[in-house]
Design a binder for this molecule. Structure first.
Ligand SMILES: Nc1ncnc2c1ncn2[C@@H]1O[C@H](COP(=O)(O)OP(=O)(O)OP(=O)(O)O)[C@@H](O)[C@H]1O
Length: 822
């Protein structure tokens, strides 16, 4: 009987309510809402060792939307680059540190650096006593689910991350006004060695998540790859882009999946259809594992909502299994088996004993309100059934009243609902003829939006209150039933961790496959060589109408330092970024924009790009350059990929060349793969001293106009061997710009004059003549040595000796000068 009434009410409300203000109390699942998912919700506690242990840092973080505690502990250098990078990746909402880190007059360097780098993040200090490793261990023993219990072995003697965990969990329970249920959290220890490190300024330079032009648009690597359907999927993609994998086997396992998804269209579409119906499973878990300290109506309503979400989520397990049933690759099969966990079925069965079969997650606040109101099966609580009958009658009365009012005033009135106003009346202004152009005085709180009037009446306000009152009763009684139900299913709930992991991973892999279908990407291989055949820039492809010009890349251990030259606007920066982006794409398990590609796994990716001043840290262009290059020098190793796009441009030419030269020489001592773009053509000659240096340049074409008197540059964006032969290309680029012709003419004259003066001076000084002779001799010797049958080691020793001699004879400022003064 009650079931019938309920069905009747649901239908009648649906018929009467025309306008429903859509309000998702849970995060919506469309990809357009991605930015909303990226809103900061992570709290991090950081603590540093004291005395001899200074530099040893412990971190613990938790995402308020995901019940997973991530612990890490590592030794950092004096610039605290690792801490800052890790924090930037986490994009925290709040950072917690010990009050002893900022004792008056005794602020630690780590504290100053964090506050300097995270000016917009809430910063909280708590007493040092809360950073207590014993308490931390207790917390983890108590809260970590048995499935992730092995973490205890990993962190047992890692005092700093345990101390950070203690402060973090205490603090989060305090601010959330709730406690975590025993054995309910996933706790993970994250060693820094499992992922490649990309520092935050490189992430910015490469436009991984945001671009320098507009933080909202999707012209970023994230934008290129993000076709995820769930908030968890987009979060996973984001974190993978910032921290790509370094284990070729894991990457290949992912690539196998992407390949299968691309080859099996049916699998792709059926999987995507199921995945897109999932809600934010991590957030759901996060709420389910917390017990509110106080029972408020809001808390009650939220628990009921989440139980409905839980039912919705569990009902998707079977369709997901069906979609995965015939898959072939290892990872997809593993996900299929993880779904065979019996606990999904057990929880769902238990839920169904209390919750109506047809109760489900629906969009729209009134729909959800109705679902919550009638969620519990009839005959479980007699008083609940009576309260729901009362509610039904009130809603019926409200609907009847609106019909009567419409007839009374002969107006096309409609009943509407919003979470803020409750029930209210709406009327299309165009369909109504108002006496004296005014609404009857009975109507109050009138607002007009476009062509629709919204208003209420004193009676409707009273009825709204009554409906709210009876709803509160219903929620309260439902809440008690739901709590009892949840207490029965708690022991099984941790299978949801597996599910959320499966869903977010599948979502990300589907997203990679989706991106591939829109452009011809290729599956990367992992070898000792970075070889890209006809690769292109994925973000440029998204922005431009025409497909970008593609280029080859070939870097090996024997030829690991590539100097790139070419006029302004010829495509150097684009090419450098394209290589780093392809490397990241490959290391997260995505296909890459190329005809063929092979990568050497990079443990770190460094970039130095751009000429902007950093207003935030009050650094000049030059200082910013120096800071970035220092960071690279301090942290790079043989497995790094280093991209340097112009260096030493913020100071005088001679000093700039000097800096570039010495930086190159340092980097040449590493086996890192380095790409170095420069306008200092003097640098190109370094290949004479180092056999592992290679010169490449971007070609341009000169086209004369029909009268044959004016030359125009055409950019080919094609990379060729050797260094550029172009001269005065700055002036040529300026000609294309809107700089007035008179200024350009002046500039040309001055340039010619200065060049002539320099040449004159160089030709005449005995020192220059000597240097030139040494240079030519050195070049010839190198060539002879290369042509000889010397084995690589002897050749290296020979060249090193030669270099020393050359340096002694020929100081840096005069090093690479050739006859025409270049
Ligand atoms: N491969 C390409 N295909 C098509 N267009 C390209 C390509 N490379 C670059 N471009 C276009 O040329 C513009 C300039 O390229 P880029 O900034 O890479 O030049 P650059 O050589 O680094 O210039 P500068 O030396 O002045 O910094 C880009 O904004 C892009 O629109």
């Amino acid at each position: 009987m009650l079931g019938d009434i309920r069905t009747y009410i649901v239908h009648s409300i649906m018929n009467w309510v025309i306008t429903i203000n859509v309000y998702y109390c849970f995060t919506v699942t469309s990809s357009s809402a991605v930015s909303a998912h990226l809103v900061a919700s992570v709290i991090v506690a950081v603590v540093e060792g004291r005395g001899l242990a200074r530099g040893e840092v412990g971190m613990a973080s938790i995402d308020l939307k995901n019940p997973e505690v991530v612990l890490s502990q590592f030794a950092d250098n004096t610039t605290y680059a690792k801490v800052i990078t890790k924090l930037k990746i986490l994009t925290p909402l709040e950072i917690i540190m010990s009050n002893t880190a900022c004792d008056t007059g005794n602020t630690t360097k780590l504290f100053s650096l964090i506050t300097e780098n995270f000016k917009n993040v809430t910063f909280t200090t708590v007493q040092r006593k809360y950073f207590n490793e014993t308490k931390g261990l207790e917390y983890i023993e108590q809260l970590c689910t048995s499935e992730f219990g092995t973490v205890l072995m990993e962190v047992q003697s890692k005092y700093y991350c345990l101390a950070a965990a203690a402060a973090l969990l205490k603090y989060v329970e305090f601010i959330q006004n709730s406690v975590y249920a025993p054995k309910s959290l996933k706790v993970r220890f994250q060693g820094s060695e499992q992922t490649a490190m990309i520092d935050s300024s490189s992430a910015q330079n490469l436009e991984l998540l945001t671009n320098n032009r507009d933080s909202r648009n999707g012209h970023t690597l994230f934008g290129v790859l993000n076709y995820t359907k769930t908030p968890g999927g987009s979060r996973r993609l984001r974190s993978n882009i910032l921290e790509p994998l370094v284990d070729a086997e894991t990457i290949n396992t992912r690539l196998d999946c992407v390949q299968e998804l691309l080859q099996d269209e049916e699998l792709f579409f059926s999987l995507q259809a199921v995945i897109s119906r999932f809600l934010d499973t991590e957030q759901l878990l996060s709420i389910l594992v917390q017990f509110p300290k106080q029972d408020t109506v809001k808390a009650a309503e939220s628990k009921i909502t989440n139980l409905i979400y839980l039912k919705h989520t569990l009902e998707l397990v079977d369709p997901l299994k069906t979609a995965l049933k015939s898959c072939k690759t290892h990872l997809l099969k593993a996900y299929y088996s993880s779904l065979e966990d019996k606990r999904f079925g057990i929880i769902l069965e238990k839920i169904k004993t209390v919750i109506n079969d047809d109760t489900r997650y629906t969009k729209g606040c009134l729909n959800m309100r109705t679902q919550k109101c009638y969620a519990v099966r009839p005959n479980i609580n007699e008083f609940l059934d009576i309260a729901r009958r009362t509610y039904t009658e009130i809603v019926d009365d409200i609907a009847g009243m609106i019909t009567q009012l419409g007839e009374k005033y002969n107006l096309p009135l409609k009943l509407s609902f919003s979470s803020a106003r409750g029930f209210f009346i709406q009327m299309n202004a165009e369909c109504a003829v108002l006496p004296n152009g005014q609404l009857p005085s009975e109507f109050t709180k009138i607002t007009k939006m476009k062509n629709a009037y919204s208003f209420t009446s004193a009676d409707l306000i009273k009825m709204n209150e009554r409906s709210q009152e009876s709803l509160r009763e219903i929620y309260h009684m439902t809440y008690l039933i739901v709590c009892k139900l949840l207490s029965e299913i708690y022991e099984h709930i941790h299978c949801l961790y597996k599910l959320s992991d499966t869903v977010s991973m599948l979502d990300m892999l589907l997203s990679f496959a989706h991106a591939c279908t829109l452009s011809d990407y290729v599956r990367p291989e992992f070898t000792d060589t970075l070889a890209i055949k006809q690769g292109w820039h994925p973000i440029l492809e998204k922005i431009s109408v025409e497909k970008p010009i593609s280029n080859n890349t070939y870097i090996t251990e024997g030829s690991n330092f590539i100097i790139i030259t070419g006029p302004n606007m010829s495509g150097k920066s684009t090419y450098l970024k394209q290589i780093a982006l392809c490397q990241i794409m490959a290391q997260i398990g995505s296909y890459v924009p190329a005809e063929y590609s092979s990568f050497r796994i990079a443990e770190q990716i460094f970039t130095r790009i751009g000429m902007d001043d950093d207003i935030e840290t009050n650094s000049s262009t030059f200082m910013k350059e120096m800071k970035e290059i220092t960071y690279i020098i301090q942290n790079a190793n043989d497995k790094s990929l280093i991209i340097i796009d112009e260096l030493g441009r913020g100071t005088s030419t001679e000093e700039g060349i000097g800096i570039c030269y010495s930086v190159c020489e340092y980097l040449l001592t590493l086996k890192a793969f380095t790409l170095f773009a420069t306008h200092f053509l003097e640098l190109c000659h370094i290949d004479a001293l180092y056999p592992n240096v290679e010169n490449n340049h971007f070609e341009v074409q000169h086209v004369r106009n029909s009268a044959g008197n004016k030359e125009k540059i055409t950019y080919t964006y094609i990379l060729s061997k050797g260094h550029t032969e172009e001269k005065n290309y700055g002036l040529k680029a300026a000609e294309v710009s809107s700089l007035p012709p008179s200024i350009i003419l002046d500039a040309k004259e001055i340039t010619t004059h200065i060049a002539r003066q320099i040449l004159q001076k160089q030709r005449t000084t005995p020192e220059t003549l000597r240097q030139r002779a040494v240079y030519h001799l050195a070049t010839r010797l190198v060539q002879t040595a290369r042509n000889s049958q010397l084995d690589p080691e002897s050749l290296r020793i020979f060249l090193k000796g030669l270099k020393k001699k050359y340096e002694a004879d020929c100081p840096v400022s005069g090093q690479a000068q050739t006859e025409d003064g270049q």
